[in-house]
Design a protein around this ligand. Structure first.
Ligand code: AMP
Ligand code: GLY
Length: 427
């Protein structure tokens, strides 16, 4: 297996964290990023090719051994199919299999067909049908646009009028364009949320340490929803009995069903779950690592992630015994001033150069929304700028290290939550 040249598609801290983990394997000699960010330019070479056919040309001429895809958009657009047709090694889900994330209608119908637990729903493009079903539900009511809406396509309506208004706006195309021309309407599930990730090669799979994200912007779980303001793994909110249920009722039947349907799922299956009275229900699937979940899971792999992803991309995941350390990892997202509402003025980033052996060995930064200038100075230019990650033997130790590091990062408008992992630290 030649792992010397690897291309990572994407531009966030998620992709940075994969690169950082891959670099621990001395067989990985050269990294490329498409398009990458100001941080990844220090780990390898950023290339600005966004046409997937042209990117495949680049991979061929550079003799790149493996391509790994971070975000959903290229997957849904079919980057994996384009690469595989040309005999190029790529880790990610095919265009068909990516419909698990790309279309809520596809996903809900699939779940129903295989009796995989999920909220009761209908899918429709008829406003009359939608209104009729809304009348049968209790409040609140969940309305979802079918297609990809950058994480904004879900509305939790607190009144019948609001549910109907949301449906109307989606179906007319006014709210989310063509992504909203079909809607899913479903019952509200009242419980707590959990993310479970599995790496699959289409046949074999391995479940990764369960992570908990923090979606709200502000400390105390207040403010608007975001892409995620911090996460930790593994979370003690899940015991082995619940994990077993998630595996046997959701992950395994999903992967088996996709294979039976002729769409074997190769890549990362990210199950967004709601746990109601200790029973797991599927809220959504993503076909990629979560961000910031990836940033905290990557440091927990004891073996080479480059090798794992290479084997998974060639249906050989059974050849490796994936080892996960028994440490805890906590990541605190450092965001820019106006996130998630609007972009912010570029702000120069200063990171204190404190020599602190505990920090140097057990914490690190994954860079996301940053740009490097000609002198290599970093500027915060994106929404989620970076993630301060701490690893330790307990949630508290990992959390303290992450926050110690977060305190050494400075730029105008810097904001972050101060309570990441609070649910694991209650008593
Ligand atoms: P989704 O993109 O489908 O995961 O939805 C985004 C968020 O909306 C989830 O993370 C939940 O917080 C919430 N949500 C979605 N569906 C439901 C549901 N049926 N019941 C309760 N909350 C939901
Ligand atoms: N952190 C959630 C996501 O990546 O969708």
């Amino acid at each position: 297996m030649d792992l010397s040249k690897i291309l990572i598609v994407g531009s966030g801290a998620r992709e940075y964290s994969m690169a950082l983990a891959m670099k621990r394997d001395s067989r990985v000699k050269e990294l490329f990023f498409a398009p990458g960010n100001g941080g990844t330019s220090k780990l390898g070479t950023n290339i600005s090719i966004s046409d997937w056919h042209k990117l495949a040309d680049f991979v061929e001429t550079q003799n790149i051994n493996l391509t790994v895809v971070g975000p959903e958009q290229p997957l849904v657009e079919g980057i994996v199919d384009i690469f595989e047709t040309r005999g190029l090694q790529i880790f990610g889900s095919s265009k068909r299999a990516s419909q698990l994330e790309g279309s809520k209608v596809f996903m809900k119908k699939f779940l129903n067909r295989y009796s995989i637990p999920t909220a009761r729903f209908i899918e429709t493009s008829s406003i009359e049908t939608a209104y009729r079903f809304i009348e049968t539900l209790n409040l609140p009511i969940v309305v979802k646009a079918d297609g990809l809406c950058g994480g904004k396509g879900v509305i939790i309506a607190e009144s019948y009028a609001e549910a109907k208004k949301s449906v109307g706006e989606m179906l007319s195309g006014n709210l989310f364009g063509s992504a909203g021309l079909k809607v899913v309407i479903e019952e509200f599930l009242d419980g707590y949320e959990l993310s479970v990730f599995a790496i699959s090669d289409g046949e074999n799979f391995k479940i990764l340490p369960p992570a908990q994200d923090h979606k709200r912007l502000l400390t105390g779980n207040l403010g608007p929803n975001t892409g995620g303001m911090g996460a930790y793994a593994p979370t003690p909110l899940i015991d082995s009995e619940l994990l077993e249920k998630i595996e046997t009722r959701i992950i395994r039947p999903t992967l088996d069903g996709m294979r039976r349907d002729g769409n074997p799922f190769k890549g990362v299956l990210f199950a967004g779950l709601m746990i109601v009275k200790n029973e797991p229900y599927t809220l959504e699937f993503n076909v990629r690592f979560g961000d910031p979940e990836c940033e905290i899971i990557m440091p927990l792999f004891d073996n080479s992630i480059a090798e794992i992803l290479y084997l998974a991309s060639s249906n050989r995941l059974n050849e490796i015994d994936i080892k996960i350390s028994n440490q805890i990892s906590v990541g605190v997202v450092i965001a820019s001033k106006n996130y998630p509402y609007s972009s912010s003025q570029p702000a120069e980033i200063i990171i204190d150069n404190v020599v602190h052996s505990e920090l140097n060995n057990f914490s690190h930064i994954s860079f996301g929304g940053v740009t490097a200038d000609e002198d290599g100075k970093l500027f915060a230019t994106g929404g989620r700028v970076m993630v301060a990650v701490g690893v330790g033997n307990s949630v508290r130790e990992a959390r303290d290290r992450a926050y110690l590091l977060a305190g050494q990062i400075h730029f105008a408008g810097k904001q972050f939550r101060t309570d990441i992992a609070y649910q694991a630290l209650r008593d």
